[in-house]
Write a protein of this length. Structure first.
Length: 280
């Protein structure tokens, strides 16, 4: 087994904690960031020097690069960057406060961008590495009641798609992780709801609010299997650009991508008709 060093943001819960625990248990080294060190005291006690920790709120994106620099200085080489920290804001777009909108974008989009930008100089100098960016089924498919969450995830998907092409010559591979619903605390513990506007009670946006408030729907995804697939993707010679995890993710993305492609095909003649005349 090849032992690597990983940097993972947001290891206090969910996929981040599960990935850190799995990697440490098999003898790999982890540099992890958290907002509260007490949340990972048990991991530190169990794994000692194999776990390097730093306090970081990725919404404070000016603080990200110094933490990444310290992690590389501590380990010398980091093979895999996992940009994991994030959360979901749910409710109709009009319901969300300006502060909620800014914090969602700062955390999921700007924070993730800064994590990648902060790691790239180190990965280039060391001659390569992998970047895993946690996205979601909601990075390719859109649902009512999650407009701001989608904005952050569609944004980071476009960013990673472009960056992957820019850094491929340096031996750096990028993978977007697109899980569907998983049995972590994402939906019922870390998710935030926009203030309620009764006007939207009859809107499709209300479905997301009702689901989160009821806390009864059980997501289909097994987080242990999802994390195992994320880790296994790093062993592939060529980094997969996207990793769809969960039958719900596959179904939703397949349906919406098929519909979008059909709509594009229907506009083929219109698209070509707007070109400037060819001048000979």
């Amino acid at each position: 087994m090849t032992h690597r060093t990983w940097l993972i943001t947001g290891i206090s819960s969910g996929f981040g904690r599960m990935m850190a625990s799995t990697l440490l248990a098999r003898g790999e080294r982890v540099a992890g960031t958290v907002r509260n060190l007490d949340a990972v005291a048990d991991l530190k006690e169990a794994h000692g020097d194999a776990l390097w920790l730093a306090v970081l709120d990725v919404a404070d994106f000016n603080a990200i690069r110094p933490v990444i620099d310290r992690a590389f200085a501590a380990w010398g080489r980091i093979d895999v960057i996992v940009s994991n920290a994030g959360y979901g804001l749910f409710g109709a777009a009009e319901e969300a406060s300006d502060e909620q909108v800014l914090h969602q974008i700062a955390t999921n989009l700007l924070g993730s961008i800064q994590v990648v930008r902060g790691a790239l100089p180190h990965l280039r100098v060391q001659g390569g590495g992998r970047i895993l960016q946690l996205s979601t089924v909601g990075g390719q498919a859109a649902f009512p009641g999650a407009a701001l969450y989608h904005a952050s995830k569609w944004g980071i998907e476009g960013f990673i798609d472009s960056v992957a092409q820019e850094v491929a010559p340096f031996g750096i591979g990028c993978t977007l992780i697109e899980p569907g619903g998983a049995r972590t605390g994402f939906r019922y513990r870390s998710a935030q709801l926009a203030p309620h506007m009764p006007d939207y009670d009859t809107s499709p946006a209300a479905h997301a609010r009702r689901m989160i408030e009821a806390q009864t729907a059980v997501p289909p995804g097994n987080p242990e299997r999802m994390v195992a697939a994320m880790i296994a993707s790093v062993d592939e010679p060529m980094a997969p650009r996207r990793l769809a995890l969960g039958s719900d993710a596959y179904s939703a993305m397949h349906r919406q991508l098929t519909e979008r492609l059909a709509a594009l095909e229907a506009q083929r003649e219109l698209a070509h008709s707007t070109d400037a005349p060819v001048m000979w």
